[in-house]
Design a protein around this ligand. Sequence first.
Ligand code: IMP
Length: 420
Amino acid sequence: MPCTIIVGLQWGDEGKGKISDLFSLNMDYVIRAQGGANAGHTIICEEKEYKLHLIPSGIFHPHVTCILGAGMVIDPVGLLSEMDALQKDGLINKNLLLSGYAHLVMPYHKIIDQIEEKEALIGTTKKGIGPCYQDKVTRCGIRVCDLLKPDLFKTKLEQNFHLKREKIKDYNLSFAEVYDSYLEYGKKLKPLIEDVEKKIEHALSLKKTILIEGSQGTLLDISFGTYPYVTSSNTFSWSLCTSLGINPRTVDSVIGVIKAYSTRVGNGPFPTELKGEETQLFDHTTAREIGTTTGRKRRMGWFDAVLVKKAIYLNGVDFLAITKLDILDHIEKIKVCIGYKGQDEAKANHLSEFFYLDQAEPVYEELDGWLCSTKDVKDYKHLPENAKKYLDYLKKILEVKICLVSVGPKREQTLWLYPS
Ligand code: IMP
């Protein structure tokens, strides 16, 4: 398909990085549209592990041009350090471009994120994402293109230091140091800055293959997620078109990525979260459920079909990619949430049950586990019967075809089903 979008259908960390990496093989362009260094992928490429926050996983394929799009918020320090690490292994060679429209995460954004977090208790990644998007919306943000005009950059930086003087007064932030260091970053990033919007338009007109990689997950969407415990951008498929300035009718397919269970980091409602003895079912290290960005242990829970169905609707998903099936290998009875009990308050107020997720009491269907390793299975046909039953069950209740199942972090630990 010339233009494909990959999105997460849960609270992020669904394993989109690995899936994008696999799809990137057949892509000319891989584009990130929103978010910033709050995202994090761990990719294993030729036995070496890479942790990326800003650069799309397509970078591991030399034929792919990776683009950091207009809707993103870019921390130049983080971007340059990711570039350095990749450059050491010869993985960047004029194949990374940056939109001048993207906003810059400034040191004061990270300070304000920490200050606001003390009150709001969202559990943010403290990467300055929310404060940077606040500036974008209140029209005092500084964009990547501003780095190319030192006088304009200076004026905007002065305005921001003035606007934020009360908040940052105890933090000893030097205007001169920020100004000088950002101009330096600008010089280093200049070769990447291009009219990428035109480039994308041209690529679409030539029917080049394009992968748009969503960040975070649908349930963290600023409008339709578990507000206020969400990130500060829209995260679902069609919103990525807005972030990049492309016509949604140019998109050919949407792939929704889900874990075979649920996780979330940060605070906020999580109806199927494991409680009591059930928390002992998984070991965070073995399950690889420690956040790439913050090192936090992720909260873990059963698969929530109610929320994922809602996410499928929002995104218009064509195919599902199911990740981390292997993490369930040792579970005797696997639960899937198929509804919530007693959503009376929601009904009484004529509101969707999603307004009351903190009170939602899951109704579960229980399935037998397979109790053997799936890590080395190379073909879907050879999965244990109960694993196939679990996948068939998900396919049936979600009413979407599965294109692949992942049974480990490596590329070869992938079972392709399409068409199924
Ligand atoms: P922020 O995006 O740093 O402002 O964080 C807001 C919420 O989104 C917090 O609950 C974070 O833990 C969560 N979050 C942000 N980015 C990601 C991600 O890439 N994966 C999972 N959770 C995320």
